[in-house]
Design a protein. Structure first.
Length: 449
């Protein structure tokens, strides 16, 4: 009888364990400021929606995690500012207290994985941010002796942090994440070109692109984006797309899973729409158009192509425009007058435009080799009729019907201000995204002279 009782008791314990529900509980301080939250799973290159919740009676967000797969998750708690906390789930309950006003301070009440991973991630990201800032000085050519000493100390601290938390995370899923989050920093005493060549060659030396657990996180796609976009980004408008493509071609052979590789290609294609459309178009032609039909359907190709619009190297379409007095101008008759033309599509009702235009005016004050053509995209003449007069150096025109004007589709304009830089043959030689990109183009232009 006693033996039968023990068997029944063990079965009871097993059943209780089997049906026990792992949960996520996140309490925000102050609680009332954040009434809603959304839970996402970070998988492949995507952020997959799981569920949304209101605060419960204890002012916490509580989610059932029992049926979810282990991996990395993200809880968005501030929809306006896009503030979030990300964490590991690995068949255990997770309890967190978050203090957004205290630099997103997190207290881990429960979770073996996160008691190791979240402190590591916070310290790691802070050190990496400081190291990358010094790298930027190296790239700009203004690195001091003090910067080199600071860099060496920070690098030593990062190496110590890595070793410490790899040891602490033994046997946990966090161990894989920590191992693959490691950063590679060469000898800071190297010349800039040699330094960044070394970094690009060795950046993925410790990264396992084919680990299933890593694909259920944002670690791999973050590494890919850092490698492609952030390590000493190419600046020459004529050739930067070739450097970007070279970096992508160095990544793709490392990924054996064809579905994951396709997802990476989709992600990079859409990311480059506003960075350099030539890269997006090359990825579409070289990879996406050759994928099976069911894979191609994962991305709306026509929508992407519409967003890309014109790209560097293409000829800017000619068009006519009128000023306030009814004088007609033709773009192709203006551009040959000077070596370069800055073409601006703006609006007098656009706050970003009103902020940008005085900066551009100051930027070109003493430069006589540029035509500045500013086209107002408006619904009516006022307030453009008043506002454009503050910039008498520019050649002004107005296009009514704003977003319904045909020029919008012709030039692929999705926001104001939009900029194009043309040469005297009407070829697009740069597509600055922001005013600072115009300044960067000018700096590179005059550096070469």
């Amino acid at each position: 009888m006693k033996q039968k009782f023990y068997i029944v008791f063990l079965l009871f314990l097993f059943t209780q364990a089997f049906f026990a529900q792992d949960s996520l509980s996140v309490k925000l301080h102050p609680a009332q400021k954040y009434p809603w939250s959304v839970l996402y799973q970070l998988k492949d290159v995507k952020q997959l929606y799981i569920n949304n919740k209101q605060q419960n009676k204890d002012s916490a967000f509580v989610y059932d995690m029992a049926r979810l797969t282990p991996g990395m998750y993200l809880l968005m708690y501030d929809m306006d500012s896009q503030n979030f906390v990300y964490f590991i789930y690995n068949h255990e309950s997770v309890q967190l207290d978050v203090y957004p006003k205290q630099y997103n301070k997190i207290l881990i009440r429960k979770s073996k994985e996160n008691k190791v991973f979240l402190p590591y991630a916070g310290k790691h990201n802070l050190l990496v941010s400081k190291l990358n800032k010094i790298e930027g000085k190296l790239a700009a050519g203004n690195l001091s002796v003090h910067d080199k000493q600071t860099f060496k100390l920070l690098k030593k601290n990062l190496d110590s942090l890595q070793l410490k938390y790899l040891k602490k995370s033994t046997g946990l899923l966090a161990n894989k994440y920590i191992k693959n989050m490691a950063e590679y920093y060469p000898d800071i005493n190297k010349p800039a070109k040699a330094y960044f060549t070394d970094k690009l060659q060795n950046y993925f030396s410790h990264v396992n692109f084919n680990d299933a657990d890593l694909k259920r996180s944002n670690i791999l796609i973050d590494k890919i984006n850092t490698y492609v976009f952030n390590i000493n980004p190419p600046k020459n408008p004529k050739t930067k797309h070739l450097e970007y493509l070279k970096r992508i071609e160095n990544i793709l052979p490392r990924i054996k899973d064809s579905v994951y590789k396709n997802n990476v290609i989709f992600s990079l294609t859409t990311s480059f729409v506003n960075v350099d459309g030539r890269v997006s178009k090359t990825l579409i032609d070289k990879y996406i158009k050759k994928m099976p039909a069911e894979e191609q359907q994962k991305i709306n190709l026509q929508s992407v192509l519409d967003q890309i619009g014109l790209t560097i190297g293409e000829k800017a379409p000619d068009f006519n425009f009128n000023d306030l007095k009814g004088h007609q101008y033709n773009l192709y008759k203006i551009t040959p007058k000077k070596p370069y033309t800055l073409l601006i599509f703006w609006s007098a009702t656009c706050p970003h435009c009103l902020h940008a235009m005085p900066k551009i005016q100051k930027m070109f004050k003493d430069r006589d080799n540029f035509n500045i053509v500013a086209i107002g995209l408006e619904t009516e003449h006022y307030p453009w009729s008043s506002e454009h007069q503050y910039y008498p150096e520019f050649i002004h025109g107005i296009k009514l019907e704003k977003w319904n004007n045909p020029i919008i589709k012709t030039y692929g304009i999705h926001a104001t201000p939009t900029f194009f830089i043309l040469n005297d043959k009407n070829e697009i030689i740069a597509e600055p995204y922001e005013v600072k990109d115009i300044q960067e183009f000018l700096d590179n232009l005059y550096d070469k002279k």
